[in-house]
Design a protein around this ligand. Structure first.
Ligand SMILES: NC(=O)c1ccc[n+]([C@@H]2O[C@H](COP(=O)([O-])OP(=O)(O)OC[C@H]3O[C@@H](n4cnc5c(N)ncnc54)[C@H](OP(=O)(O)O)[C@@H]3O)[C@@H](O)[C@H]2O)c1
Length: 306
């Protein structure tokens, strides 16, 4: 049967077990109450060689490390602490990863960490928090780690169906002249994820992006069901193709689309997945010129060219 909304991470891993065994996976946002923890535990059941965990809070990451060891104590786990609201913190995590023999070759990078609908704030580097956490941080971390990516490696970046509510214009990325709407800003940051994937493909990498589905996790801590429904309505008005985030999923189901992106070699390069299947994202996400403009802005904001 084809994978769909109800497919679990375990089912995906069982089908592609040979693409997990002996390989090294890096994942950001490894916490048990979220998609990241579920993704790792599904992978852990098929004998990966190592996990590189990039997380903010050691107290939240340790239970993930313990749960992985309970599944398979032979898996090497490396924890690199990074707060995605600080470019210095991301650079220091990358240095730790570089110095770790377990990370000599990374087969799959899964950019999973994120925040949604946060009240307006800027990071220590002066960048609006959602764009910084959801796009600029994975942009920097991925680019720093690309020299370690295996030749046939894959970069998976978790976007959201909310990307459809955005414009793809980043001229006023800090909302100095535009009203800040927490959901639209989330959508902008997640459209940036689709554009980042498009740019990585242009540079010759295998990169896939996706909407994981609607999963009740830490993601909703700044919102509630009424706001989510109102936002979905706004997104439908902005893009009639938008069908909403889908019916709710369990964590076990919520990690399946990331795992299809990470493991299924038949997924076309540059694809956007929804419910484990290829879907067309908002047109701006595939616009190479706009994606390149965002790449240049991202380079400017991190102070380094890639
Ligand atoms: N859940 C959904 O319905 C849904 C829908 C569409 C897309 N997504 C996307 O799916 C991905 C996973 O989300 P989730 O549902 O698993 O949410 P979650 O439970 O809130 O997990 C998000 C992860 O990101 C980490 N994170 C947040 N801010 C960070 C920062 N400044 N530095 C480093 N790490 C940070 C969190 O760490 P802490 O625990 O320390 O905060 C956590 O590990 C996100 O990219 C999200 O945008 C989710």
């Amino acid at each position: 049967m084809a994978f769909n909304h109800d497919t679990t991470g375990d089912e995906v891993v069982a089908k592609f077990a040979d693409r997990v065994k002996g390989r090294t996976f890096l994942l950001t946002g490894p916490t048990l109450e979220g998609v990241g923890g579920a993704t790792l535990l599904a992978l852990a059941r098929a004998s990966p060689k190592a996990f590189i965990l990039v997380g903010r809070n050691p107290v939240k990451v340790q239970p993930v490390i313990d749960a992985i060891a309970a599944v398979d104590p032979t898996i090497t786990t490396v924890f690199a602490q990074a707060d995605f609201t600080s470019l210095a913190s991301i650079r220091s995590a990358a240095e730790k990863i570089f110095s770790s023999p377990a990370a000599a070759t990374i087969d799959v990078i899964i950019n999973n960490a994120g925040v949604m609908a946060t009240p307006y704030s800027k990071t220590v580097d002066g960048i609006e928090t959602q764009l910084a956490t959801n796009h600029i941080a994975p942009f920097l971390l991925t680019n720093l780690l690309l020299p370690r990516l295996a030749k046939n490696g894959t970069i998976v970046s978790v976007s959201s169906s909310a990307h459809r509510a955005s414009t793809g214009n980043y001229d006023d990325y800090n909302y100095e002249h535009t009203e800040y709407d927490p959901f639209r800003a989330y959508g902008q940051s997640k459209l940036a994820t689709v554009m980042f994937t498009t740019s990585l493909v242009s540079r010759g990498y295998r990169a896939i992006t996706l909407h994981p589905g609607l999963i009740f996790s830490g993601m909703q801590r700044h919102t509630n069901m009424e706001e989510l429904a109102a936002n979905a309505k706004k997104a439908r008005e902005a893009d009639p193709a938008y069908q909403g985030p889908g019916a709710p999923k369990s964590l076990a189901q919520g990690c399946s689309t990331s795992l299809v992106a990470a493991l299924d070699p038949s997924v076309p390069n540059g694809a956007y997945l929804f419910d484990c299947q290829v879907e067309t994202p908002k047109a701006e996400g595939l616009d190479k010129e706009k994606a390149e403009k965002l790449w240049k802005l991202s380079e400017k904001l991190v102070g380094q060219q890639f």
